[in-house]
Design a protein around this ligand. Sequence first.
Ligand code: FBP
Length: 560
Amino acid sequence: MTELSPLQKARLKFKPVLPATLAAGITNLSLIEGNATESVADQEQIQKLFPNTYGKPMVTFEGTASTTTFETKNVGVILSGGQAPGGHNVVAGIYDALKQANPENKLYGFLGGPAGIIDGKYIELTDEIIDAYRNTGGFDIIGSGRTKLETEEQFQSSWENCKKLNITGIVIIGGDDSNTNAAMLAEWFKSKNAGIQVIGCPKTIDGDLKNSQIEISFGFDTATKTYSELVGNIQRDVNSAKKYWHFIKLMGRSATHVGLEVALQTQPNITLISEEVEQKSMSLSQIVDYMADIIVKRSKLGKNFGVALIPEGLIEFVPEMKAMIQNLNDLMPTLEEDPNFTQLTSGVEKEAVIEKRLKAENAAVFRSLPAMIKAQLLMDRDPHGNVQVSKIETEKLLIEMLKIKLYQMKQEGVYTGKFSDQSHFFGYEGRCAFPSNFDSNYCYALGYNAFALIQFGLTGYLSSVRDLTKAPQDWIAGGVPLTMMMNMERRHGQMKPVIQKALVKLDGPVFKKLEANREKWALEDHYVFPGAIQYFGPSEVADITTQTLKLEHEASLSLV
Ligand code: FBP
């Protein structure tokens, strides 16, 4: 164990607040069943693929005076996908509920993500281990990974490994892809009458695992506050030195929830929203024109500086790029099995083959890109078939295109300013931060609730804690069937059942707030400096949630 910082020592003592129903204790809960559910789309196909877990009802918990005694139960937990602040508290919540239910119960942590259950790599979690990780960031308690659980052999070996440890419940803590894994595993175990339940927990800083029952995934609150602190600091620097344009790419994969939230917290001069780019069918050069226009206008006001936020997944939303990437995604699995391609050692030779095999219009787009971006687009997909957008330097691509555009404008005499750029990518900086009070409480409740779902015999559910703009004791705990969130999507060139990603709604209140203000923020300076996350102190500073959560909550109330 490394030496503890003063903050870590203090955070280890923080006691998360549970929703009042759960605080009644795991032995004093009753389960209320709601209506049967349907998948968000492709109902017939999803039902066919998930005959044993499809259509289950939503559930909520209520506290009860009567006490239930439970048989002993061993549970396995998996941290899956990218890190998100609060993962350790989910594990601690499961652990505390499980030990409260019966001190003989055991919690096993599978190591390194889903690969741990397949390979039988695990540790038994104890008081000592759990206590050392309470309210800390990171997933290092058991590690994480991105292995996709989908083959018969993987399911079979997972079953064997569970049998060895007498595990009858598994909690998978992950994003949309990892919870798709959870749904697949739950269905498979059920089809074999294996007697093993699977429950998911909504994790991802991206904020794209949400719907009417899951208000936000954990980690989004802390990560966006961390990035907002950094963006705010840069804005102070910009405002002091008045000499650079900063281009900041923000993590968040496909959806722009992170970028939008950070924009509302900091009010920069330019915020690109991928979903808007797609809706307006904007080409790369139109995006550059939009940015150049603001740079030129600011320059005329004597401001040769500014801050621009760029979403990580932008490139996949530019229609011409999207079509090209889709074509590339379908092509790559074939090429990777072709020795004539794999034997090629130079990138240039590979690119030439790819250009020949892409459709003509897509080949033209590919050819037009700088070498750096071409190489980044050809990097390995993740195990779920996603392009690794974190490795594509969109911010640098835009800067290069802007330089050309501004040079042309200078030649035409419409721009006389000075353009000096700095680029940043904020992602990993926020994924393992100490969880905010919100994420500490939310995660602990999600974990505690996940064990309650197992204890009540449910499988194929996502742990759901709602009403998150209220105080934690007023949150509502329950579960949502995973199949309810699924649809069919193209992955690795084939249609597969996956949990639907929630993208930014352009008619939603969060985007509308940006839209109403961005012109003003572009030219006048309305920078906000949020500062660091506060863990102690007045509630209006230490317990505030995100603007996204607040605005979406207000909008849903106005519909009631
Ligand atoms: P999850 O969906 O697994 O939570 O991933 C979140 C994320 O941080 C994305 O924002 C980012 O694109 C990706 O992980 C980076 O992946 P990696 O950690 O493999 O570099």
